[in-house]
Design a protein around this ligand. Structure first.
Ligand SMILES: [Zn+2]
Length: 350
């Protein structure tokens, strides 16, 4: 519901992510990729050359100096995905991606081996949650209606004893209450499964409904001041009718977007119960307006240092700045409907 512009601050966060992933897992990732390559070399699979080429390409993208872009696959940016796939990788056929491979006792599809050896699950669990906090993302990026969070619990064994690592430090077990989706699905483009700018935190439902569908909405963008492709609104007639009748049925939240395939998220249905939030906004916006904000300001002690944005949030219950949309659920809806109600206020008598 909101795109984050990739500026120097965001790039720095991605670099910190890259450093941490490399420090924790690079040695193991390299070992895993070598193991997969060696297995394919000795295998009699009809497409082993193609698969080996793919693994080789990942190996070359693990070190910035080993590839034409001069950066690792951890920090390549959305507008580079296509170029990297075309120049270094190549688009694997479904047949190759889904080739069943048995290494040791484990049977996995080729794309699953890639994400497995890239330590996707570990990175998702132990590293990514910290970066979610740095990015100040607290909601599903698709629906903006659900909180996502991570609890950092002290790990205990089955007897309730605190688990410590080899440095005798307490092990923290991150329990993420979110799903990690991929802008370019990892089952089709597994080389991007741990790339920072390909990761899109979402709620369970959006992740389930999206599945592997291609939805051309990337959380990150290289463009600045892009206008939002999403809009929530009430019909003007409904708003006027509600003011006259106070019937909740009139408060239907509409949603439109120019993003293709976004209907998989069933946004209007998901937002149906939130009409009560809109009702509260309606009364505050239409009946109180600016005068209530002034009254609130005067009633606060002079030494309480709060700015206008805080007062506004206190009164209306949402952030006004579009950059804060992912901080709290329903912010996009409230921002859009507030603008509409301000315009409608002169036409509505309550
Ligand atoms: Zn969602």
């Amino acid at each position: 519901m909101h795109q984050i512009e990739i500026d120097s601050v965001i790039r720095q966060i991605a670099v910190e992510y890259e450093k941490e992933v490399r420090a924790e897992y690079l040695t193991s990732i390299k070992k895993g990729m070598k193991k997969l390559y060696d297995f394919l070399l000795k295998s009699h699979l009809p497409n082993s050359c193609i698969l080996m080429g793919y693994v080789r390409s990942i190996q070359s993208m693990l070190e910035a100096k080993d590839n034409f872009l001069g950066k690792t696959l951890l920090v390549i940016e959305p507008q580079e995905f296509g170029m990297v796939e075309k120049k270094i990788f190549f688009k694997l056929r479904d047949y190759d991606l889904n080739m069943e491979i048995k290494i040791g006792e484990s049977n996995r599809l080729f794309h699953e081996w890639i994400t497995y050896y890239l330590h996707y699950s570990d990175i998702r669990r132990y590293i990514y949650p910290k970066y979610l906090e740095k990015l100040k993302i607290n909601t599903c990026v698709y629906c903006n209606s659900e909180f996502i969070s991570t609890s950092h619990l002290v790990k205990q064994d089955k007897y309730g004893n605190i688990v410590k690592d080899e440095k005798n430090e307490v092990v923290i077990d991150n329990k993420g209450r979110f799903q990690l989706d991929h802008f370019w699905p990892k089952s089709k483009h597994p080389f991007l499964s741990i790339s920072f700018f390909n990761l899109q935190p979402s709620c369970n439902f959006c992740n389930l409904w999206k599945s592997d569908d291609d939805i051309p909405f990337n959380l990150f963008t290289n463009e600045s001041n892009v206008s939002s492709p999403f809009n929530f609104f009430l019909s003007e007639e409904d708003a006027i009718n509600y003011a006259k009748t106070h019937q909740m049925d009139c408060l239907k939240i509409h949603f439109k977007t120019t993003v293709k395939n976004y209907d998989v998220f069933h946004i209007e249905e998901v937002y149906e119960p939130f009409k009560y939030e809109v009702e509260e906004m309606f009364w505050k916006k239409v009946s109180n307006g600016v005068s209530y904000l002034d009254m609130l300001k005067k009633s606060l002690p002079n030494d309480l240092m709060v700015d206008n944005d805080f007062l506004y949030r206190f009164l209306y219950g949402y952030y006004r700045d579009p950059r804060d949309i992912l901080k709290r659920p329903l912010t996009k809806m409230k921002q859009d409907i507030a603008i509409q109600l301000e315009k409608l206020a002169p036409k509505i008598k309550v």
